[in-house]
Design a binder for this molecule. Structure first.
Ligand code: ZN
Length: 377
């Protein structure tokens, strides 16, 4: 054991208080069940008066709430446990899909509290701003305070700018300003992020049990991917699977290259209905898309030790027609699949993964830095 830390000035004391606050909230998050004050003392090494002060602050700030917990075997009366509050701060996710705009609010416990959809209009960004204002007002009636919004976009994002989203006709677009301008005076921070990365985060938080991580591939207005390794979204991963070449001299792509996956796996909006009706052209398009997707994914799977592929976005809805082709190509093209089988399955959250991931990202800051929300409470 080292010497106890002795804060020598007000700044250090404030820093120590912040760290202790984060530590206690972390333990409450990690517990995954109501945790008692006595358990918090054991888990943190903090004194009872310190725990009491921090817990009071977390309860006052609506980050944590008390619930009664069933006693353990042999124990007498029920215990009071502490758990994340479902009526405090919340995050808002906004998503631009092939067929719709989506808004989704998630509370601090990770529960989806509000969803709204609108057929995709021409003026996407102002409509999203209006949907955001509606969502904030709707959940305020349930005692939730939306603290931040994240906008999911179908293309690469750099320094807050959407570099390219050809399906929307976007190049170097500032998507945040028009959304904020349409929020009817609401002052809500908005950030923008690639939808496939957010979808992967949504799946991660939803508790996908894949131990070695997973590759999430999202179809819709583009084809993007996000990779989760060791429980975290992998950085340095561009993810633009749509522009991976599957046929060297194939059809030209809007990106300027030829034979990109997008040319083989972009599917019309009505393909689901037509496939359900056994329309031969739709089934043929899906077979082509599935095998092209498998070819492109094989390239990634030969480079990364990933054993689970999650089909997200519109691919989740179409997975029953796509998976056979994807699996066949992976089996043919990824030698490692012979000794480490690679699972291919639809994402748990389906087309909502990106909106949910976006909303979770918006509240993640509070979980990590509760003092910013609590202020001088
Ligand atoms: Zn391309």
């Amino acid at each position: 054991m080292g010497m106890p830390i002795r804060p020598s000035g007000p700044a250090r004391q404030a820093r120590l208080r912040t760290l202790n606050l984060e530590l206690v909230l972390d333990r409450i998050v990690d517990a995954g069940r109501p945790i008692s004050r006595t358990e918090l003392i054991a888990a943190t090494g903090l004194t009872r008066p310190t725990i009491t002060r921090i817990v009071n602050r977390l309860i006052e700030g609506r980050l944590v709430t008390e619930v009664s917990r069933a006693p353990g075997p042999g124990a007498g009366r029920p215990m009071i446990g502490l758990t994340l509050s479902g009526s405090g701060p919340a995050g808002l996710g906004l998503d631009i899909r092939a067929d719709a705009l989506a808004a989704c609010v998630v509370d601090l416990t990770g529960r989806v509290r509000h969803t709204a959809f609108l057929p995709r209009p021409a003026d996407v960004l102002p409509r999203l701003g209006a949907m955001a204002a509606d969502a904030v007002a709707a959940v305020a009636r349930e005692g939730l305070t939306v603290v931040a919004a994240t906008l999911a976009v179908p293309g690469p994002v750099q320094d807050g700018v959407v570099r390219s989203a050809p399906a929307l006709g976007w190049r170097d677009v500032d998507a945040v300003t028009p959304v904020r301008a349409a929020m009817r005076g609401l002052d809500l921070p908005v950030t923008v992020e690639n939808e496939a990365r957010l979808g992967a985060l949504g799946e991660l938080y939803a508790g996908d049990p894949a131990p070695s991580g997973f590759l999430y591939v999202s179809g819709g207005l583009g084809i993007g991917t996000g990779v989760v390794l060791d429980g975290a979204l992998m950085g340095g991963w561009r993810g633009e699977l749509g522009h991976v070449t599957v046929e060297r001299d194939g059809p030209p792509c809007p990106c300027g290259s030829r034979g990109c996956l997008l040319g083989f796996a972009s599917l019309p909006d009505d393909v689901f209905a037509r496939a359900e009706a056994d329309d031969p052209a739709a089934l043929a398009a899906l077979a082509t898309a599935g095998s092209a997707l498998g070819v492109a994914l094989s390239g990634a799977l030969n480079l990364l030790d990933i054993r689970t592929v999650l089909l997200g976005g519109t691919f989740a809805v179409l997975s029953s027609w796509l998976t056979a082709g994807v699996r066949a190509e992976i089996g043919r093209r990824v030698p490692a699949a012979a000794w480490t089988p690679i699972a291919v399955r639809p994402s748990l959250l389906g087309p909502d993964a990106a909106a949910i991931g976006a909303a979770l990202t918006a509240i993640d800051g509070i979980r990590r830095r509760p003092s910013a929300w609590l202020g001088n409470l």
